[in-house]
Design a protein around this ligand. Structure first.
Ligand code: ZN
Length: 627
């Protein structure tokens, strides 16, 4: 057991230098370093080239790498002015993801305009058609073939690594790109940009299978791994951006390089919905609106990301700049540990019958965690311009708050509201609309996108209820309320849903102090109805979010680390609850003072003993600190 937490002693802070420098000397040293060291910032420009793709990477040392260049006129009309503004007359590297005009024509224009190029990487000569001769002539002798594993070192600790090209994936996996309907897209170069803990994925028009084209995404995704920012593949097409790709990359920010009026319908609705349902997502940006499929925010300009390797700021176009912590960061969690699904929209009334909509619209939020949550600073918004921010308002554990357009019970159909949102700030359209629950730092905990009856219920005089409060906001998880409230409409404002199918909530509590040398006891309470159930607990040091369970879509706040593997083997960490639904687990903490201050997480799942793949419940993330 000592080996488990004892391993952390190695990384405990070394305080010896405290004894050699007094506080004032250390302060002066820090100030001096701050003055002499240049700002260490990576800049990534996601250039608005309309329907096409172009991303310019400028490393902390000023080295440059331009990935794709958009279609014709994007070079002369957009890239050359941008390079001029930035004072860039020479590109150290250019990477062409694949030989389609919406990626290479702007590059040729930049080269032909006299911008020098150090190395022009592309996928080589396999099955290249004759239409790209203008590009090959423009880059001339600078041309070089990129291979899986090629690392472009941009200096200052910033690298760009080739993960896949021509269906070949770093590590040896291969799918033949010529066997499908989108050979050139399947040959796309996939890149991982790294600077400190900031990671970004750029993979051109890489294909995800399912529509007659090869599935390169599924092979490349586990090699590419977790990122903070992801450029959606193929301009947000549904032939790409499939679930295995998203589940492996778990991006916080998605960026769609797309143009208005494109004839492909990009971005397609399926990737937008998949991305918004992803537990990691905090922002989804479309450089232009493109198709009218709902989801994400139109930037209407070039989106800039600046990172120091531990946080990053998103700005540009019509965006209000926002700063996020990289998900591998060890700094304070911007959302105090809340993860997707902790607060959900449990019910909404968009079309009351007994009173006008202007009085009778309301929505209900539910807290699925075992602790109360103060909603101060939370925002409720749609994906257009409707939004309001909540004042301090506590939502009890597994309890509800009702937010209403009109809180006067004699006028609103007979509901008791906890809060009336400002007049004119937010409407629940009768046809199609969205409801997002957003934390003060911009994390979307839940997003409902209802669609005028196409897939969601579309009642008149009844609320729409969520069946399983712990499951994703898919249309199949919603139905029309079946019980009457107040003045005669249907719904269950402020109380449990008439259609509720939520599985048992599981309680996880700790008994005894968490101090070096002590043994902590954790109690698993399997909920009601109780009885023997299988469960697994695990410890993790990583920041949320963690594992998304494939069948239910629910998220556990643990990552696959050696600590998780070792903790599952501890006494009581896996087993069955007794007939009362109770079990306990022991965690002996090694007697090392160096462990003091160490934080980690604990969570678990309860599974059906008969069908182990059917997860009944996820235990709440428990944040533990050795003191
Ligand atoms: Zn393209």
């Amino acid at each position: 057991v000592g080996a488990i937490l004892g391993a952390s002693e190695v990384s405990a802070p070394d305080l010896r230098c405290s004894f050699t420098l007094g506080p004032m000397m250390r302060f002066l040293l820090i100030m001096w370093l701050a003055c002499v060291l240049p700002a260490q910032t990576l800049r990534v420009y996601h250039v608005d080239v309309g329907q096409g793709h172009a991303t310019l990477i400028v490393s902390p040392t000023g080295s440059t790498c331009l990935v794709d260049g958009g279609d014709s006129a994007a070079g002369s009309g957009v890239l050359l002015p941008l390079l001029g503004t930035l004072g860039i007359g020479f590109l150290d590297h250019v990477v062409l993801t694949h030989f389609h005009t919406d990626h290479w024509m702007g590059l040729a224009e930049v080269a032909n305009a006299g911008v020098g190029i150090g190395t022009a990487w592309d996928r080589g000569n396999q099955n290249v058609g004759g239409g790209v001769s203008a590009y090959l002539a423009a880059v001339g002798n600078a041309r070089s073939t990129i291979l899986p594993g090629t690392v472009i070192d941009l200096g200052g600790g910033c690298t760009v690594t080739c993960i896949c090209v021509n269906g070949q994936v770093l590590g040896g996996a291969f799918v033949d790109p010529s066997t499908g309907s989108q050979e050139e897209n399947a040959r796309s170069v996939g890149l991982k940009v790294r600077y400190g803990n900031y990671h970004e994925a750029i993979a051109g028009d890489l294909t995800g299978g399912g529509f007659g084209e090869p599935d390169v995404e599924a092979l490349a995704a586990p090699v590419l791994g977790d990122v903070d920012v992801m450029v959606l593949n193929h301009h947000g097409s549904n032939t790409s951006n499939h679930q295995p790709w998203l589940d492996a990359l778990l991006p916080e920010i998605g960026i769609i390089p797309v143009g208005n009026g494109n004839s492909f319908g990009h971005p397609h609705s399926e990737p937008l919905i998949r991305m918004l349902a992803l537990p990691s997502t905090v922002g989804l940006y479309r450089l232009q609106m493109g198709s009218s499929n709902p989801g994400g925010v139109a930037v209407n300009g070039t989106l800039l990301i600046e990172s120091d390797g531990s946080s990053y700021t998103v700005s540009g176009g019509s965006l209000i700049p926002a700063t996020f912590t990289v998900d591998e960061g060890t700094g304070p969690q911007p959302t105090a540990g809340l993860i997707v699904g902790d607060v959900v929209v449990s019910e909404y009334m968009n079309n009351p019958l007994v009173v006008p909509d202007s009085d009778g619209e309301w929505l209900e939020l539910m807290n699925t965690t075992q602790d109360p949550i103060d909603l101060a600073g939370f925002m409720i918004r749609d994906q257009d311009n409707d939004a309001f921010m909540l004042p301090s308002l506590t939502i009890p554990s597994r309890g509800y708050v009702v937010l209403a357009r009109n809180a006067t019970s004699s006028q609103n159909g007979g509901i008791t509201a906890d809060y009336q949102w400002p007049t004119g700030a937010f409407y629940l359209a009768n046809a199609s609309d969205e409801i997002e629950v957003v934390t003060p730092t911009g994390k979307v905990l839940d997003a409902i996108i209802y669609d005028n009856g196409a897939t969601f219920p579309d009642p008149n005089g009844s609320s729409v209820e969520r069946r399983d409060l712990q499951a994703l906001p898919l249309a199949s998880n919603f139905g029309e309320a079946t019980s009457v409230f107040g003045a005669g409409d249907y719904g269950t404002p402020g109380v449990g849903n008439s259609l509720d199918q939520t599985g048992p909530f599981v309680l996880l509590t700790v008994a005894g102090p968490l101090t070096p040398g002590s043994t902590a006891t954790f109690i698993v309470n399997g909920g009601v109805p109780a009885g023997s159930r299988s469960y697994i607990l695990g410890l993790s040091e990583c920041a949320e979010p963690g594992i998304a369970l494939p069948l239910s879509g629910r998220v556990m706040d643990v990552c696959s680390t050696p600590l998780l593997a070792a903790s599952i083997a501890l006494p009581g960490f896996a087993g069955s609850t007794n007939v009362f639904g109770i079990a306990s687990a022991q965690l002996p903490i090694p007697p090392s003072p160096a462990l003091t201050g160490l934080t980690f997480h604990m969570t678990g799942i309860v599974v059906d003993g008969v069908a182990p793949e059917a997860v009944l419940a996820i235990m709440d993330n428990m944040r533990l600190e050795i003191n």
